[in-house]
Each structure stands twice: as C-alpha cells, then as structure tokens.
Design a protein around this ligand. Sequence first.
Ligand code: F6R
Length: 262
Amino acid sequence: MQVIVAPSPEASAADAADAVLAGLARAAGRDPVLGLATGSSPLGLYRELGRAVDAGRADFSRTHGVALDEYVGLPAGHPEGYRQVLLREVCDVIGLAPDRLAVPDGSATDEESLEAAAAAYEARIAGLGGVDVQILGIGANGHLGFNEPGSALTSRTRVKRLSERTRRDNARFFTDADDVPTHCLTQGLGTILQARRLVLVATGDGKADAVAAALEGPLSASVPASVLQWHADTVVCLDEAAAAGLRNRQYYDDSAAGLPAP
Ligand code: F6R
C-alpha cells in the first residue's frame, strides 16, 4: 500500500491523477478500463485528468468507464442518478465516450430484477476484461462503494441498503433528505478487489477517522474500506487533514520519497 500525503486537496488530486494514469498505462495494447466513483472526493481528480487531456498527456477516447454503484429506484435521467452524474462529471470533463460508460441498472424495484441487473453488471465487467484502475472514495463510516459496515469482504455486485448515516451525508445532493434512495446496486468488496490497481482519494478532516481505521485498523467487515489492505496495488492519496489520524505517517512519507540518490 502506498500512502501519499499532499499539502492540499489540489496537490492530492494531482498525485491521484498520476497514480491513475500510471495504472492505465499498463493496459498497453488494449482498451483500458477505468472504475469510477461518484461523490465529492474524486472531483478534483477528474478535473486533473481533464487537464492532462488538454495538455496532450492523456487520452480517454478508447477507455471504458465502469461505475462503482448506482441508486435503486430513481427515475431514468434523474440528475443525481449516477449515470447522469458520471456523464456530467467524468465524460464531459475527460472525454470518455458516453457509450463506453457502464453503470449498474438500478431502475427495477423488485428483488429478482435487481439481482439479475447485478449479475449482468458483473458479466459486463468480466466481458471488458476487468478493471485496470478503480477510483474510490471512502464514507465517513468506512464504506467503500456502497458496501456499508457489515458487508462481506468477498461480496459481489448486489443490492444494498444504505445506512442512515450515508443517506444523511448524501442528502446534500437532493432537494429533500427524504428523496435520498434507501437502496443501491454496488460493486461488492470482492468485485472491487479484482481491479488491478485501487486509487483511494480522501480529503478533509471529516474523513480522518475513517482513513485511519481503514489503513491501520484490523481488516474487518465493520470497516469495509479496510479491504484496501488486502490488495497488492493500492495507492491512497490524502491531504493533510484526511491524514491527521495516521500513526505510521513518517514511514509513509519516507517511502514516498523513494530510493536515496546513488
Ligand atoms: C461513490 C461511492 C461512495 C463515496 C463515498 C464518499 O460512488 O461509492 O463510496 O465514494 O460515500 O463520498 P464523498 O466523496 O462525497 O465524501
């Protein structure tokens, strides 16, 4: 696990963009697959990737985008549905083609259809050859994707109930807090772990406790983001505020400095 702490959210977004581009570069010879998180955390990263495109350092025209999750039961085209969010915040910004964006289909409201949609989504990811780089945020309660505390560490894409904490946190995106859906379809922790590289972005003191528990606490379903410890290529990009609870900070900084000059 690489933990990179930057002096500001903007500098952290630049670190994350470097980690994403390096991970995607390994897909040489085939169309890369980029896993996409929604929410506030990756917005600076997406803008940074957009700048890389403008500067001719990146090109996402052949990249497939794969969403981490989607709400259940929002009407098609709802501006806070994650398909719409990703079209606005990613496709428009980095030049990813809308017809290369895969999002779980959360339009059904019965369990059987949603289970079928989850299975279809797993098949879609497998059909693309798996995810090269999965961008992740972390919930203040330690969730990853919408795998809330208590989620099986080996779980696959499925319907999950959102915790009341998550619904409260996401109420800022809706006119009325009661409009936040109660359920979602989310990649499982086992699905996320199959991505070849994980890049977690977190900024602000509201994430400090969750980040410390995920990176330095025990591997536990109570802190779903602790599965990051299980992956062989995890890059965690933080600002100072989000890193404030880390005990092992000196070691991360020493490691990020690389080998001594010969
Ligand atoms: C988003 C997602 C969530 C968010 C997390 C943090 O697709 O699955 O895990 O990454 O809730 O949200 P923000 O970044 O808004 O604090």
